[in-house]
Design a protein around this ligand. Structure first.
Ligand code: SF4
Length: 256
């Protein structure tokens, strides 16, 4: 690895039961997967110069991608959605990224009038009342801000992995969406052990909630810790059926 990335003060303080101690493992083929990811990101940065963004959820996968982008000095913008419902631990990663890597994080918030109107009409707990209301909330707080992030960009980078859920089992490393925009999922074939092996070896900052059995972290009202044996995304919209458990950011595109 190369790159001018300074030390992260929190990295040395991982507790004994941390996500690193639970999950990080060097597995067969890791170096090849890492090398392929680095090539994919470099080629995408060249092909979409000035028009490519990493849409980071600030989860473990996305922190790996931001670290790879920063170490290679790639001209890929970093953008995140500030839904207004994120945990303090998640929000803390925005200044952590800016401080560690010297990168500016673009922050996209929902339209305030839309949020006020929705909450006034449906209440703070609308997401628990029906899938339709939950999706309306995601539309206002995530999809509309994401569309602004992607506006004028020909490619975006996500941390999707096939292993994350049945819905994501067919994720390709490169896809073309119906609107012609390229969606890159460079970690599609990485395992959870790979992610944490990289975080450990490169001392990548990560969300403290990962140390509290939250492998997949979204908005606070819609995320809970998982129990031993539960699936990776069991803590997201846990009151809904498996088939409904996406927020609409990741629709099924055409594959390359
Ligand atoms: S994840 Fe929950 S709080 Fe966040 S936008 Fe969707 S419904 Fe709203």
């Amino acid at each position: 690895m190369s790159g001018e990335v300074s030390a992260w003060p929190g990295a040395a303080a991982a507790p004994v039961s941390s996500a690193i101690s639970l999950y990080a493992r060097a597995t067969v083929g890791f170096e090849a997967r890492l090398a392929a990811t680095q090539v994919l990101l470099r080629e995408a940065a060249q092909a979409h110069a000035g028009h490519i963004v990493q849409a980071t959820s600030l989860g473990a996968e996305d922190m790996v991608l931001t670290d790879l982008i920063a170490r290679a000095g790639l001209p890929i913008a970093i953008g995140t959605l500030q839904t207004g419902q994120l945990h303090a631990e998640t929000l803390a990663l925005i200044p952590a990224i800016e401080q560690r890597y010297g990168l500016r994080v673009e922050v996209y918030a929902p339209v305030n009038e839309s949020v006020v109107h929705f909450v006034t009409r449906h209440g703070e707990r609308a997401m628990y009342e029906s899938i339709d209301l939950r999706k309306q909330c995601c539309q206002i707080r995530k999809l509309e801000p994401l569309s602004r992030m992607l506006d004028g960009r020909s490619a975006w980078v996500t941390g999707l992995r096939r292993e994350q859920s049945n819905n994501r089992g067919a994720v390709a490393t490169s896809e073309v969406e119906a609107n012609g925009r390229t969606k890159l999922n460079p970690l599609a074939d990485w395992s959870w052990a790979d992610i944490w092996h990289y975080i450990e070896t490169q001392q990548v900052p990560y969300n403290a909630l990962h140390d509290q059995f939250m492998p997949s972290i979204g908005c606070a009202p819609c995320t809970r810790a998982i129990a031993v044996g539960e699936e990776f995304r069991a803590g997201r919209w846990w009151w809904e059926d498996e088939a409904a458990k996406e927020c609409g950011l990741h629709v099924q595109p055409r594959h390359h």
